[in-house]
Each structure stands twice: as structure tokens, then as C-alpha cells.
Write a protein that binds this ligand. Structure first.
Ligand SMILES: NC(=O)c1ccc[n+]([C@@H]2O[C@H](COP(=O)([O-])OP(=O)(O)OC[C@H]3O[C@@H](n4cnc5c(N)ncnc54)[C@H](OP(=O)(O)O)[C@@H]3O)[C@@H](O)[C@H]2O)c1
Length: 214
């Protein structure tokens, strides 16, 4: 079971659809259980094969073996502290990028811990935090007609968890996991994501990355 915290938003729904489409069981989490159930129902209506439920963020974390965080950066600290007990000994994939949208421009907020993923690790001291999925736009993932052929840069400090997340990514049609080393390198992924969002704005596209030579 894969729980998505903040799963009612663009990124959460997109990952839910992709994961459900490869047969994984998904729980959409939300601060509002009714909203989570409605979003799950809406996704389920796209295919009777999708196994997807909606719950509060806390229950989603409690009932999942693997949890994905898809909340805006400014809410990350609060929500992680609220559900921390339910994430112990679990793999937590962090997709969060501390972007600031101001005057039609996009910047990266400076984070005391270095990156949103490192901040998550410092809160979730008993979990295996892996950074992934930041560089792919939800607009691409949500549409199953679109064959997404992007690399997903993955970093984390626990090798077994990182391998397990890479296997999950490689099962998602078209995606390829690239091991980028320790969680410290999430600093560079988050910076790269900010650059991609700026490229998207300038060129009115959904850009992503493909690493060559590997
Ligand atoms: N969108 C993308 O293309 C994309 C791509 C890669 C990474 N990301 C990252 O994924 C994260 C989510 O992005 P998004 O575009 O999906 O954002 P979003 O739609 O604005 O928000 C996602 C969900 O977060 C929950 N949320 C909002 N404020 C909250 C708060 N104060 N406390 C707790 N939960 C709150 C909401 O769920 P409820 O109201 O149901 O609780 C909302 O549906 C961001 O950190 C972003 O950097 C996004």
C-alpha cells in the first residue's frame, strides 16, 4: 500500500494515477478525509482496475508501507511532525521543492537544513527518506496517454530503501531511476527543479531531464 500525503493536489493525484495504473494500491491522504475520498473516487472512476482509497493524512501514513510526501514546502514541517510516529521504519519519498512564486518569477527558498528533503530527514529520524520525482511535472504524469520518458533522479542515504524506490520508478512505464548518491545531493535536485520550472515558464512547455552516458 502506498500512501500519498497531500495526495489531493496536482502532484499527488498524478503519482496516484501512475501508480494505480501499474497495479499498485494507493491511499490518497488529505487534511480533510471527505476531500480525500472524493479525489480517490474521481480517480477510480477512470478505471475499474484502479485500487485507490481516500483517508486523512494520519490514517494514510498509518496504513501504508511506503509513503510519498506531496505537500507545499511551507506545510512540510507541520505535517511531518503530525504523522511522524506513523512513518517510523518506513520508506518516505519526498517530492517537495521549496519554490517561491513571486512577481511572475520562480525562485528557490533557502532552507536551513540545505534542502526540503534534508529537512524531512531531520524530522523523520526513524524513517528512510528518499528524494525523488521533483523534476517531473504533474501535468505530464497525470495523463496516462502521455508516454513519459524522463529520468527520475533519486537520492538517499539508505541503500536498500533507495534500491526499492528505484525499482518502483522503473516499473512506471517510461520512467528510469538514476541513483544520484546521498540525500545531501537533494540540494542540487531541488535547484535543478527550479531551473526546469523557469524553462517551462519561458518556453511554455513541461520540461524534464534525461541523463546521458548512463
Ligand atoms: N505539481 C508538480 O508538477 C510538482 C512536480 C514535482 C514536485 N512537486 C512538489 O510536490 C509538492 C506538491 O505540489 P502540488 O503542485 O501538488 O501542490 P498543491 O496542489 O498546492 O498542494 C498539494 C496538497 O497539499 C495539501 N496542503 C496544502 N496546504 C497544506 C497545509 N498548510 N498543510 C498540509 N497540507 C497542505 C493540500 O491537500 P489537502 O487540502 O487535501 O490537505 C493540497 O491538495 C510541492 O512541494 C511541489 O514542489 C510538484
Amino acid at each position: 500500500m502506498i500512501g500519498i500525503i497531500g495526495g489531493t493536489g496536482s502532484e499527488g493525484k498524478a503519482l496516484a494515477v501512475r501508480l494505480a495504473s501499474i497495479g499498485d494500491e494507493v491511499i490518497i491522504g488529505s487534511r480533510d478525509e471527505a476531500k480525500a475520498k472524493a479525489v480517490a473516487e474521481n480517480i477510480r472512476s477512470k478505471s475499474s482496475k484502479f485500487k485507490i482509497k481516500g483517508m486523512s493524512n494520519f490514517n494514510a501514513a498509518q496504513n501504508s508501507e511506503l509513503v510519498i510526501i506531496t505537500v507545499p514546502y511551507n506545510s512540510q514541517k507541520n505535517i511531518l511532525n503530525e504523522i511522524k510516529s506513523e512513518l517510523a521504519n518506513k520508506i518516505v519519498i519526498n517530492t517537495v521543492v521549496p519554490l517561491i512564486f513571486k512577481n511572475s518569477k520562480v525562485f528557490l527558498s533557502s532552507v536551513t537544513d540545505g534542502s526540503a528533503a534534508l529537512e524531512a530527514k531531520n524530522i523523520l529520524t526513524n524513517s528512510f527518506v528518499i528524494a525523488a520525482f521533483q523534476t517531473i511535472s504533474s501535468d505530464q504524469l497525470i495523463d496516462l496517454e502521455v508516454k513519459v520518458t524522463s529520468d527520475v533522479i533519486v537520492c538517499g542515504d539508505d541503500l536498500i530503501s533507495k534500491r526499492s524506490v528505484a525499482e518502483l520508478i522503473n516499473r512506471m512505464n517510461g520512467l528510469r531511476a538514476i541513483d544520484a548518491g546521498s540525500l545531501y545531493n537533494s540540494i542540487y535536485i531541488e535547484n535543478l527543479t527550479c531551473l526546469l520550472v523557469n524553462i517551462n515558464k519561458v518556453n511554455k512547455v513541461n520540461s524534464a531531464v534525461q541523463i546521458t552516458g548512463i
